[in-house]
Design a protein around this ligand. Structure first.
Ligand code: ACO
Length: 166
C-alpha cells in the first residue's frame, strides 16, 4: 500500500552552513548557563526536532537541583512554572545549554527564571519567566527556609552524618 504524506517518517532538512555564533561563555544578562545537553534520537519529536517534553524534564531537574542547593533542603518541590515560550528548536546532534537565575526568595519559596539556548545556532530556544519551588517539612507542608539571597558555595547542603564520613 502506498504511504500517505502523514505516514511518512519525518526527515531532518539539512541546515545551510553558517558561521559559528559567538556566545558569551556562561553568563548573559538574564541567567548563568549551567548544564549542557546533546540532542539524541530519543529526544526528538515527530517533526524531527527537540521534543518539548524532554526539554521541560531537563529544566525541572536543573531547577530542582538549584533550589535544593539554594534552600538547603532536599524536600524542595516545583510549585509553579509560568508561560513557556518556545522561540526556536534544536536538531539531532545539536548541543544546548540551560541557564537559571534566582529572581526572589520568599518565606518558603524560591522563584527562578530560565533560558535555554542552542550552542550550535546561537538561538534562544525558550524562556520561562517564573519557576517557583517550595521548601517542605517532613510532613509535606511549606517550611520557612530562612534565606534571602543566593549562595555561590555548597554551604547550605544538608549534611547526613552517616554518609561520606571517613
Ligand atoms: C521537583 C519536582 O518535580 S516536585 C513534583 C511536582 N510538585 C509537587 O508535587 C508539589 C505539589 N504541591 C504541593 O504539595 C503544595 O502545593 C505545596 C506544599 C508545594 C504548597 O502548598 P500551598 O498550599 O500552595 O502553600 P502556601 O499557600 O503556603 O504557599 C507556599 C509558597 O508557595 C507560594 N505559592 C503558592 N502558590 C503560588 C503560585 N500560584 N504562584 C507563585 N507562588 C505560589 C506562596 O507564595 C508561598 O511562598 P512564600 O512562603 O515564599 O511566600
Amino acid at each position: 500500500m502506498e504511504r500517505t504524506d502523514d505516514a511518512q517518517t519525518p526527515t531532518t532538512t539539512a541546515r545551510p552552513p553558517r558561521a559559528a555564533p559567538v556566545l558569551s561563555h556562561r553568563e548573559d544578562a538574564d541567567v548563568s548557563y549551567r548544564t549542557r545537553k546533546w540532542v539524541k534520537p530519543e529526544d526528538l519529536n515527530a517533526n524531527g526536532t527537540l521534543f518539548g517534553g524532554s526539554l521541560l524534564r531537563w529544566i525541572d531537574e536543573e531547577a530542582a537541583i538549584y533550589a535544593i542547593i539554594q534552600l538547603g533542603n532536599r524536600r524542595s518541590v516545583t510549585k509553579l512554572i509560568s508561560e513557556i515560550n518556545f522561540l526556536a528548536s534544536a536538531e539531532q546532534g545539536d548541543m544546548i545549554e540551560m541557564g537559571l537565575r534566582a529572581v526572589s526568595f520568599g518565606r518558603t519559596s524560591l522563584t527562578m527564571r530560565a533560558k535555554v539556548r542552542n550552542i550550535i545556532t546561537g538561538e534562544v530556544i525558550l524562556t520561562i519567566d517564573k519557576i517557583v519551588f517550595v521548601s517542605l517539612d517532613d510532613d509535606g507542608n511549606p517550611k520557612p527556609h530562612g534565606y534571602t539571597d543566593i549562595t555561590y558555595d555548597r554551604d547550605r547542603l544538608p549534611r547526613e552524618p552517616s554518609r561520606g564520613a571517613g
